[in-house]
Design a protein. Structure first.
Length: 281
């Protein structure tokens, strides 16, 4: 059993700032040691953009997509499970590109997030690039830029399942409702939803993306964007088990963790528990 922890410590183009501190904090909390205790051979790969990259958010995100794609495809080719620890959700572009390069399939996508991340530059009211992550992987925006990420092909919307999603901007909601994306209802009842996106993908391969603010605020605070009404720790574990039973998770991401919002470490410990559950499965 081999795992590669791909560390992407950036938030909005800034290194080790806000949610960019999350990936290394999870390592400090013992994520690698927990996986090793399960018998895994764990390697850690730190992703950095080319030194000449001008530090603008969009340019930095693009270079990180390319670097993550290379790291993920290399891990899969070595028969290692890539677990990406990222500040921002839009690193999913690189993860999916790496999966498509190594496995030559378009996987089903299980997207845990309090937010739909389905804005475009025309609908966003906050200007946050990360709020466009699902639009990006579905090929709805920044098409010419992400087409330059080696191996990337947009994911058909019918292959995407959102779980824990509850905070959606008005124009963004119109886009989601007009799309083929599935939004899970009760977390305990996602089996049919997972089966549907796997059937649409025509492959049992899946990608699991976990933005930690999908977790209900009663369990702890993952970041400044966390809102009430999310999924509990036990529901999250059950969802991961269902996804693992109904598909083959080939790569995963844990993102959007700001340690300053998690003073007692509860969310960090849940993240480590999920990573261990994924690897065990």
């Amino acid at each position: 059993m081999r795992a590669e922890l791909i560390v992407v410590p950036f938030d909005s183009g800034l290194r080790e700032t806000r949610m960019g501190r999350g990936p290394n904090r999870l390592l400090e909390l013992g994520l690698g040691e927990r996986l090793q205790a399960l018998g895994a051979d764990v390697e850690i790969h730190h992703v950095e953009p080319p030194q000449a990259t001008f530090p603008s958010e969009i340019r930095m995100a693009h270079e990180l997509h390319r670097a993550v794609a290379t790291a993920v495809s290399s891990a899969l080719e070595r028969k290692s499970f890539p677990l990406v620890l990222a500040g921002n959700c839009n690193t999913a572009v690189g993860v999916l590109a790496g999966m498509q390069t190594a496995n030559h399939v378009s996987p089903a996508v299980c997207w845990f997030d309090a937010h739909a991340d389905f804005n475009t530059p025309e609908t966003t009211i906050g200007g946050f690039l990360d709020g466009m992550a699902v639009s990006m992987i579905a090929g709805r925006c920044w098409r010419e830029l992400i087409a330059q990420v080696p191996g990337f092909v947009p994911i058909p919307e019918a292959q995407i399942l959102m779980i824990g999603t509850r905070d959606i901007d008005p124009l963004e909601r119109e886009l989601v409702e007009a799309s083929a994306i599935r939004i899970a209802g009760r977390p305990a009842d996602i089996r049919a939803d997972v089966d549907a996106i796997v059937a649409s993908a025509k492959t049992i391969d899946s990608y699991l993306h976990l933005d930690l603010d999908s977790i209900d605020a009663s369990e702890g605070s993952a970041n400044v964007f966390a809102v009430a009404g999310g999924i509990t720790r036990s529901e999250l574990l059950a969802c991961v088990d269902t996804i693992g039973a109904r598909s083959r998770v080939r790569a995963a991401t844990i993102s959007a963790y700001d340690p300053e919002c998690d003073s007692d470490g509860r969310i960090g410990r849940i993240a480590i528990e999920i990573a261990a559950r994924l690897l065990s499965a």
